[in-house]
Design a protein around this ligand. Structure first.
Ligand SMILES: [Zn+2]
Ligand SMILES: [Zn+2]
Length: 326
């Protein structure tokens, strides 16, 4: 089964972090980190429903202006998520501009901003163009276990990591695909129809095999009429210091990921410099990827000092993964 999204680093391995997740069967996309997004055409920016910001260092947040600039006339809502202090930062960004004409725009472009705390309480604020982007506080919420989105086909989860400041890592987890063998269904004397959605939901929610549906147990239905294909998992981790605690947290977030995007800023020959800058070396990224049992790894956020030498960073990461797996 093909994954429901495609993933693309907007600025390659050296540019500002921004990972564009495009839904194959919907006009919708997600963005992990909001560095420079000048390379994204407006039609792709207008597809964004949710934007997740790991932390507010400029290289991860300076694309905010372009996001607002392009979206302003369209109406609709974009949801933003970020670490502690995030709502203030969005408010200050918006306060830098004059909005006296904005109520004449056709739509009411709205930013719904969620600020996460390490105990997963969530402060929420809304900024509407019709209200000249004045901050409106909304009731606080919670995101148990760091789950920020939980929809029919996927879940998006965050984890708090350490970069000298709190920094968020993200995992996009597709739920299992459930395919129905219609010929086997008819052999069982069962019709096709809306009840199959109920059956798929029962699988997605992991109900007990003894659950009765249309006179059959869920276990029998699974064994005889269903094919269950696990969904793809993608994890995104950047701007973290190498520490045992970060390694454990990343390994949990990215456990068994099919694809792990992870920063590899320096070579291990410059490990001390990496530690001072609170970043990973390629070897440390490889070690973490191995601990997480990631199946494939895409390193990024390379320091510009390695321009023309990125093969060395990739080789160091893969060498470490391989060495540790034997
Ligand atoms: Zn960075
Ligand atoms: Zn940073």
């Amino acid at each position: 089964m093909r994954p429901i999204i495609t993933a693309e680093m907007v600025n390659g391995a050296f540019g500002d972090p921004a990972l564009y997740l495009d839904f194959r069967f919907e006009r919708r996309a997600l963005l992990l980190d909001l560095g420079d997004i000048a390379a994204l055409p407006p039609r792709k920016i207008l597809r964004l429903s949710d934007v997740f910001v790991s932390h507010a260092h400029m290289d991860h947040f300076s694309g905010f202006d372009r996001l607002v600039r392009v979206s302003l006339g369209r109406g609709g809502e974009v949801r933003l998520y970020g670490p502690p202090g995030f709502i203030d930062r969005v408010e200050h960004k918006l306060a830098a501009y004059t909005w006296n004409l904005v109520e004449r725009y056709p739509g009411d472009f709205t930013l719904l901003v969620r600020e996460l705390a390490p105990d997963w309480t969530v402060r929420v604020a809304r900024f509407r163009s019709r209200g000249a982007f004045a901050r409106e506080a909304l009731p606080e919420g919670r995101s148990p276990e760091g789950v920020l989105l939980d929809e029919g086909q996927f879940r998006l989860r965050a984890a708090f990591l350490d970069h000298g400041i709190p920094c968020l890592g993200f995992a996009f987890e597709e739920k299992a695909h459930v395919n129905v063998w219609k010929n086997r269904l008819s052999e069982m004397g069962l019709p096709v129809g809306p009840w199959l959605n109920e059956l798929k939901r029962a699988v997605a929610e992991d109900l007990p095999d003894a659950t009765l549906i249309r006179g059959w147990t869920l276990g029998e239905l699974k064994a005889r009429a269903l094919q269950i294909v696990p969904g793809q998992k993608l994890a995104y981790v950047t701007d973290v210091v190498y520490s045992a605690q970060n390694e454990a947290r990343i390994a949990r977030l990215a456990a068994d990921a099919d694809l792990l995007f992870i920063e590899s800023v320096f070579l291990s020959s410059e490990a001390e410099h990496a530690a001072r800058k609170l970043h990973l070396t390629a070897a440390q990224a490889g070690r973490i990827a191995r601990t997480a049992r990631a199946r494939a790894v895409i390193p990024f956020h390379f320091s510009p000092r390695y321009l023309g030498r990125e093969a060395e960073l990739r080789a160091e990461l893969e060498r470490t993964r391989a060495a540790l797996s034997t």
